[in-house]
Design a protein around this ligand. Structure first.
Ligand code: SAH
Length: 221
């Protein structure tokens, strides 16, 4: 049996039990997550666990986020088909693939070169041609491609990285986990004129955002 067929039922179950039943109602987000083959993005030996209700290791001490967190963060951004999106923390490229189904273009930055090149190859092989992978310190954003309609930060910051606020378009939305190694919460920030409206969502646990406007070194646990 082809892997694409083998994992179909697990993906359908993930959508139903982990997302819909927990209140993810955005049909476009559910459709994107029903389409993107999560098993293709996890390390080969973890394929059979790709649709579990949990984050999984992807190498170098980093993780692919739990499906529910990917869905909740994506839904909070209220993406439109013409939107240009920035993601910080490409990891294995799964979240970028999901975003690419809902937006026009996705720019994603990863600080670890080996993860950036692996994700770039994988996304190209799977046909996600509107995702552009960059390697570098994502806390600086990507000024040459700004402004962005939406920004998703997939690693935990001690505070909101200032350059990212400056790269949000008018009406733009940014979602990011803020907190220390032990406890973080998701914040949604919306730019309206010169104001940034902030709301706090659920608690979460991400790997640290390491960079100039992030942690200097990974915080000790
Ligand atoms: N979105 C990813 C999971 C992200 S894990 C996925 O779908 O797989 C968080 C990632 O952020 C890690 O790969 C880590 O190396 C990266 N990261 C941490 N600090 C960063 C920074 N300043 N700039 C870019 N990437 C960073």
């Amino acid at each position: 049996m082809l892997d694409s067929e083998k994992y179909g039922p697990q993906r359908t179950e993930m959508i139903e039990k982990q997302l819909r039943r927990r209140g993810i109602t955005d049909a476009t987000v559910l459709a994107a997550m029903a389409e993107v083959p999560r098993h293709e993005f996890v390390p080969h030996e973890l394929r059979s666990r790709a649709y579990e209700d949990a984050p999984l290791p992807i190498g170098g001490g980093q993780t692919i986020s739990q499906p529910y967190i990917v869905a909740a963060m994506t839904a909070a951004l209220r993406l439109q088909p013409e939107d240009r999106v920035l993601e910080i923390g490409t990891g294995c490229g799964y979240q970028a693939a999901v975003l690419s189904r809902l937006a026009k273009e996705v720019f994603t930055i990863e600080r670890r070169a080996e993860l950036a090149s692996a994700a770039s190859e994988k996304l190209a092989r799977l046909g996600y041609s509107n995702v552009h992978v960059h390697c570098g310190d994502g806390t600086l954003g990507l000024p040459e491609f700004a402004p962005f309609d939406a920004i998703l930060v997939a690693a935990a910051a001690p505070a909101v990285p200032q350059p990212l606020l400056g790269q949000l378009a008018e009406g733009g939305r940014m979602i990011l986990p803020i907190g220390d190694a032990e406890h973080q919460e998701l914040r949604l920030i919306e730019k309206q004129g010169t104001a940034f409206l902030t709301s706090t969502m659920e608690g979460c646990r991400f790997v640290p955002l390491v960079g100039y406007y992030g942690w200097q070194e990974p915080p000790s646990r």
